[in-house]
Write a protein that binds this ligand. Sequence first.
Ligand code: BYC
Length: 312
Amino acid sequence: MQQELENKFQEKIDKEIKIEPKDWMPEEYRKTLIRQITQHAHSEVVGMLPEGNWITRAPSLKRKQVLLAKIQDEAGHGLYLYSAAETLGIDREKSIDDLHIGKAKYSSIFNYPTLSWADIGMIGWLVDGAAIMNQVPLCRCSYGPYARAMVRICKEESFHQRQGYEIVTQLALGTPEQKKLAQDSINRWWWPALMMFGPNDSDSKHSAQSMKWKIKRISNDDLRQQFVDVTVPQAELIGLKVPDADLKWNEEKKKFDFGTINWDEFNQVVAGNGPCNKERIEARKNAKEEGAWVREAALAYAKNHLQSIVKQ
Ligand code: BYC
């Protein structure tokens, strides 16, 4: 019986029919999605912190407005994703608590500090750029609610990437001091951006099953390669040097060869020992505590409002 259900489920996936919340699904499929979607939601929300660090110091009113809008978009992405995870039966409060007690993961990239304004451009260009590369295939994910959430998220991420590249371009083509800021920033963000795609295919424990279930469509290494191939020419165009002595165009394979990622650093950051892990979780916990009165007030208002409607 169970085997029959699983066969039918896989048949649907093979025929590109979306799985919807009330459809039967293997427990492991549900768990994998809950893990990936909540990690993704946490990344969006924690990702607001390094950028929020520069709202008060944006170099002009226009830059401040754009940055504020971008950060609000990230909050929206978090909300769509928590909602998508809820359709799988996970409680939002519980997933947020899991983040706060260090049980749930979020993207390694957000554990690095934003030391200069150039870092805000670099996040838009490299981090959102890597996010798009990874998320466009997720628009074809077999689970309907996740796939649909990704469509809108990708549209917004594309705008974020463009605004980031525009900031970096202006700095890179500006005064020698500005160019130095941009170069220093790419030196610090390049390798962490490559780590966003996750472990090499041979070490990626979830990939094989996730590809079979069409949750993932393209492997970690293939996405990383696509990112390098697209991004290196963009760096060259504005005169920035990618900090990789082994980076070289491979004419035969029509792709860039590049150096080895420091996996020890990646593992340390994922394990909670990166430069800003503790600060990030502390900030999220404080936000929850300090925002408690807003939630209580909103709930009281909603209850009141509902009662007055019922009375009418
Ligand atoms: N950081 O078997 P694997 C954004 C974990 S963009 C931390 O390959 P999977 C944003 C992985 O979770 C960023 N942990 O796993 C952009 C697993 O651990 P567990 C968010 C990582 O799931 C701009 C273990 O390593 N994007 O939000 O098949 C502004 C083994 O890995 C990382 C997404 O989340 C990492 N970089 O593939 C603001 C996209 N990489 O769970 C916000 C959706 C791997 O077994 N997620 N790990 O303990 C995915 O596409 C996939 O989950 C991944 C990993 C490609 C990230």
